[in-house]
Design a protein around this ligand. Structure first.
Ligand code: 3BY
Ligand code: FES
Ligand code: FE
Length: 430
C-alpha cells in the first residue's frame, strides 16, 4: 500500500474554508509527518494561532525576569501583546497590553520597571493591579472602574510562567501543576536570576521546531556539544542485539540514579501525558554522562553556587516538555528554558533563558560563555535542521514521511496532540 498524500489546493487570498482544514485534519496519516499545508499555509497558521496559541497554556517566561515590584515584561503572541508585571505585594499579574481608552499599546519595551502603567498616548494611568487610577478630560460622569485593563490568565508553576488567552483556560493545568511541583520545587527557580537570554529566529514553521525538539534521532549526527553529556544509549538507540548490552547498562544506571535521587527527595520517575491531556506534558530525570553534573562542554557544573539547598552536583537533568511550545532542563546548577512563539507560517522565535542562583556572582561563580555554550551551539544546529526541513516541505516532491517507532514516538505524540486539538477547535469544541 502506498501512502501518497493527495495534493491540496489552498485558496490563498480568499476566506479560509474551515471545511478544507477539517479535511486535512481528517485525513492525517498516523505515524507520519504532516501534509505540507500544515507547515506552509497562511490559513493554517491563522488557525494555529486561534485554536492552539489562543486557547492553551503557553509558556512565555521565567519568574526571575520579573523579580522585583514594578518589574514588567511584554510577550507577543500573534496579534496579542501581554504585559506581565510584579505588583507591590510580589504577586504576578498579566494584562492585555492594550489601553482601555483608544487601544494604544501601553508598553513598547520588552522589559523594564514601572511604578504605574502610563499609556504613552493620552497618559491614562493604571496601577499594577490594572485599575485605571487617572484619566484626564473625561468629565464627571466617566466611570474609571469600568475601564480596568483586561486580564490574562497567568500561572506561576515553580518559576515557569504560563499564560492563556482564552476566557476559559483548560482546567487540567491545575492537575499538571500538582504533579509537576514536587519535581520542580527543589530547584527553586523562583529564587534564581536570569544569567542569559537569547532570541533566535528560525526560518521555519513552529511545528517543525517542536517536532525537531521531540526526538534525539538527529542528535548523534548533529549535536556534538549536547551529546557530550547525554548517554549514548539513553537516546536514539534502536533496540536490537547490537545495542542490547548498552541499553541494559543505561537502564541500570537510570534505576540506580533514581534510587539515589528519590532518597534525597527528588522525584525522578517518568510521567508521560503528551497526548492524553489538553495541557499535554512529559517529565523525566535522567543521569548525565561523564562527570554527570550539567549540560556543559565539560559536563561539570557551570555555576559553583548550586540551586536551592543542593549540595550534590550530580542530580542529572530533569526535563519537562509541554504542549504546544516549551521544554526545560533543570540541573543542580542552572535551569535552561525554551519558549517557542510562531511569528508567521515560515518564521518562529525560540527564546532561551538560562537561570542560576540569585546570589551567584558572574565572573566568580559562573561565566556566561561556559554556561551557554552547549545550548547556543545546539540551538543553532537545530535552527539549521528546522530551516532545511521547511525548505524541503515546501517542495512539490514532499510527502508526509514515516516516524521511527523507536525514536520518534514523542514526535508522533506532538502531532497527535496538535491534530486532536485542531479538530476540537475546528469542530467548535473548547
Ligand atoms: O534535549 C532537547 O531538548 C531536545 C531533545 C533532543 C534534541 N533536542 C534539542
Ligand atoms: Fe491610551 Fe489614549 S489610547 S490614553
Ligand atoms: Fe536538536
Amino acid at each position: 500500500m502506498t501512502t501518497k498524500a493527495q495534493p491540496v489546493t489552498l485558496h490563498t487570498g480568499k476566506a479560509w474554508a474551515n471545511a478544507q482544514l477539517q479535511q486535512l485534519l481528517e485525513r492525517r496519516l498516523p505515524g507520519h509527518s504532516l501534509e505540507a499545508p500544515f507547515y506552509l499555509s497562511e490559513e493554517v497558521f491563522q488557525a494555529d494561532m486561534e485554536y492552539i496559541f489562543a486557547r492553551h497554556w503557553i509558556f512565555v517566561a521565567v519568574a526571575p525576569q520579573v523579580a522585583e515590584p514594578g518589574d514588567y515584561i511584554t510577550v507577543d503572541v500573534g496579534q496579542d501583546s501581554v504585559l506581565i508585571v510584579r505588583d507591590d505585594d510580589m504577586n504576578l499579574k498579566a494584562f492585555h497590553n492594550v489601553c482601555r481608552h483608544r487601544g494604544s499599546r501601553l508598553c513598547e519595551e520588552h522589559q523594564g520597571s514601572l511604578g504605574n502603567i502610563v499609556c504613552p498616548y493620552h497618559q491614562w494611568t493604571y496601577d499594577l493591579d490594572g485599575n485605571l487610577i487617572h484619566a484626564d478630560h473625561m468629565g464627571e460622569t466617566f466611570l474609571r472602574d469600568q475601564h480596568s485593563l483586561h486580564k490574562v490568565h497567568l500561572r506561576n508553576l515553580e518559576g515557569l510562567l504560563f499564560i492563556c488567552l482564552a476566557d476559559e483556560p483548560p482546567q487540567d493545568f491545575e492537575d499538571v501543576a500538582a504533579r509537576m511541583r514536587p519535581y520542580l520545587a527543589p530547584h527553586k527557580l523562583n529564587d534564581c536570576k536570569v544569567a542569559a537570554q537569547v532570541e533566535l529566529i528560525e526560518e521555519g514553521n513552529w511545528k517543525l521546531t517542536l517536532e525537531n525538539n521531540r526526538e534525539c534521532y538527529h542528535c548523534v549526527g548533529n549535536h556534538p556539544e549536547l551529546t557530550i553529556s547525554l548517554y549514548e544509549h539513553g537516546f536514539g538507540a534502536q533496540p536490537g542485539p547490537q545495542n542490547a548490552e548498552g541499553i541494559a547498562q543505561f537502564e541500570q544506571t537510570v534505576k540506580d540514579s533514581h534510587c539515589r535521587w528519590e532518597a534525597m527527595g527528588l522525584p525522578s520517575a517518568r510521567i508521560e501525558e503528551l497526548d492524553t491531556l489538553i495541557t499535554g506534558f512529559r517529565t523525566q530525570r535522567l543521569p548525565l554522562d561523564r562527570a554527570g553534573e550539567s549540560q556543559t562542554m565539560s559536563t561539570e557544573v557551570a555555576c559553583k553556587k548550586l540551586l536551592g539547598d543542593f549540595t550534590d552536583k550530580s542530580l542529572g537533568g530533569l526535563s519537562f516538555w509541554t504542549q504546544p511550545n516549551s521544554w526545560h532542563h533543570f540541573m543542580s546548577d542552572h535551569v535552561v528554558s525554551f519558549s517557542v512563539i510562531p511569528l508567521s507560517a515560515g518564521r518562529t522565535l525560540v527564546r532561551t533563558t538560562w537561570c542560576v542562583h540569585k546570589d551567584a556572582v558572574e565572573g566568580v561563580d559562573y561565566d556566561v560563555p561556559t554556561l551557554t555554550a552547549v545550548w547556543n551551539a545546539t540551538n543553532d544546529q537545530d535552527r539549521r535542521l528546522v530551516e532545511a526541513s521547511h525548505a524541503g516541505v515546501s517542495s512539490r516532491a514532499y510527502r508526509p514521511g514515516p516516524y521511527s517507532p523507536f525514536t520518534e514516538s514523542l514526535v508522533e505524540a506532538f502531532s497527535n496532540w496538535y491534530v486532536s486539538r485542531m479538530r476540537a477547535g475546528v469542530g467548535g469544541a473548547r
